[in-house]
Design a protein around this ligand. Structure first.
Ligand SMILES: Cc1cc2nc3c(=O)[nH]c(=O)nc-3n(C[C@H](O)[C@H](O)[C@H](O)COP(=O)(O)O)c2cc1C
Length: 212
């Protein structure tokens, strides 16, 4: 099938794009409003974009209700300039999904999901205690594009539980972290447990020698 996105509805475009740009990592973002009220929500329009400086990007669509108001996460980040990306692993999948429920603003998603917090190293926003890794971020730029906000965050500190780091690199022991990814938006996720393919890069000199 072929689709002309100039003629497609927003829902059709969403369905197709998130089904094809997959699997996606999931950022369970903690943020705070000006009064220090904590918020948590997952976002899979998420990735790192560069490392020098270390920038990650998150796409937050406005709520499709009256006047397309920004979601709490996007509003908090614009107002306070800080947030934490908590890495979503298999053991946090159900709690992450609870945090995506459209609770009234005064309800603490973390409490509903039986999650607790731990202080961050640099930013005021806490990380999720049960998350095995977290990226502390300061807002670099928020771009308003149509009915979405694209948030670029500069990563200022990283937390990883010791057992998931090989200090020699340092490298993340990704085979043991068991991160999950989001697929097509119909509630499908992928596990990364026991599913790694190892494909070493081919240096050009080796390619020329015909070794591979
Ligand atoms: C796995 C997962 C990924 C999601 N990714 C996004 C996303 O990339 N962008 C978005 O706007 N909403 C996304 N959502 C929906 C938000 O999490 C949801 O709208 C949430 O209620 C927003 O909360 P907030 O208003 O507290 O920020 C996702 C939901 C789930 C379950």
């Amino acid at each position: 099938m072929k689709f002309d996105l100039e003629k497609a509805t927003a829902r059709e475009t969403y369905n197709l794009l998130i089904g094809l740009v997959a699997p996606r990592p999931i950022a369970l973002v903690t943020s705070m409003n000006e009064d220090g009220q904590l918020n948590a929500a997952p976002f899979s329009a998420y990735n790192y974009l560069c490392t020098d400086p270390p920038i990650i990007g998150i796409g937050v669509t406005n709520r499709p209700t009256e006047n397309f108001v920004p979601k709490d996460t996007a509003r908090n980040i614009r107002r306070t300039g800080e947030f934490v990306v908590n890495v979503v692993t298999e053991d946090l999948a159900q709690q992450m999904n609870i945090c995506a429920t459209d609770f009234p603003a005064e309800i603490d998603e973390l409490e509903m999901a039986c999650l607790t917090t731990a202080p961050s190293q640099i930013v005021k926003v806490p990380r999720i205690h049960q998350a095995h890794a977290a990226l502390e971020c300061r807002e670099h730029t928020t771009m308003e594009i149509g009915r979405s906000r694209i948030i670029l965050g500069r990563v200022v500190a990283i937390y990883i539980e010791d057992k998931f780091v090989d200090p020699a690199g340092p490298y993340v022991r990704a085979e043991e972290l068991h991160a999950i990814g989001r697929m097509n938006g119909l509630g499908s996720y992928v596990k990364t447990r026991d599913s790694f393919l190892n494909i070493p890069r081919i240096p050009y000199v080796e390619w020329k020698k015909g070794k591979r």
